[in-house]
Ligand binder design. Sequence first.
Ligand code: 4LM
Length: 399
Amino acid sequence: MSRQSNNPPSGIATRAIHFGYDPQKEHGALVPPLHLTSTFTFESVEAGGEIFAGEREGFIYSRTGNPTNDLLERRIANLEGAEGAIANASGMGAISSLLWTFLEPGDEIITDLTLYGCTFSLFNHGFTRFGITVTHIDLTDPANLEAAISSKTKFVYFETPANPNMRLVDIAAMVRIAHGAGARVIVDNTYATPVLTRPIERGADFVVHSATKYLGGHGDLLAGIIAGRMEDMDAVRSVGLKDMTGSVISPFNSMLILRGLKTLELRMERHCANAQKIAEMLDAHPGVETVYYPGLATFSQKELAQCQMAAPGGMIAFEARGGFAGGARMMNRLQLVQRAVSLGDAETLIQHPAGMTHATYSPEEREAHGISDGLIRISAGLENIDDILFDLEQALASG
Ligand code: 4LM
């Protein structure tokens, strides 16, 4: 790699590998050390008091900060183009820590029709018990937000692409309308990752992630991320995370995510290439009714995908002929593709949202929120594409 010495590294893979770590400050260790400690010692009572009071730099206890977690947070903030980030024990922990910090009785959250099942449950079965209004509208049309937003709206919250049906939401349009009405925008960027979409660069106030998925990338941990402005991150760390959820990440998992990030861009390239081929095969297959993938010419929001995503992503949704029964028969015949929830792993995964990840919706809610009973979701893995296609085709062929 040749570059001028006064030109800082700017590529996303380079930053995912190097940002925020100087080996010379850690005995020359190429790989950052893992600080597996719950608490930190103070050189004196006075020094401890000063660190607690924020008058002196230093770590106190790993619920409020840990050097390994801190490196992960700074690195992900850098990749997202955010001032700061906070790592959490899970994606649900991140969403809860963020929202519990700011929501008050009487506030409204406006959100899209489609959300991951447990986020839907947190909003509709959790927050609504505490005097918070959750309004679901179709955010794929910005005019709907324009019509619904009011002075009570504190947050506009959405996933893009949405789990599981791949609806896209125009981040810049949401930001323009929300900010005009004094509301702030939270984007769940789990499906896209900062390699494909950087919501904060499009004006969003917060990004959340299930880092369990592509960021970790190996299916061996649970984690979540919140990214945004530093003053908001300070508030979340000292209120929502520290006192309300306590959903702090283990430094061990931070280390695994730091390792995963080194290959994030490479992995996304392969996830996207494999997903494109899978989507094209399904689209042409007589055993398949409809395929939802932003890289297909038939995708209804293809233009938005091209403007907002660097590539169409690694997730696909489809409906098999014969509805749920047809889909289930096909899924049960798979040999290589694994029947499992979660996504973003090396292994290609397949699951049935209505019965699994989105079983938190009632059947009526699923119908109203665009999650059909026959929908099947694939997370394209990193295997050789011919092997994935062979397995899917043999499972579809038997009818
Ligand atoms: C799944 N998803 O879909 P933790 N945001 C999005 C998600 O997809 C998820 C979370 C948050 C799945 C889990 C079983 C868009 C999770 C929640 O699972 O708490 O890390 O993230 O298969």
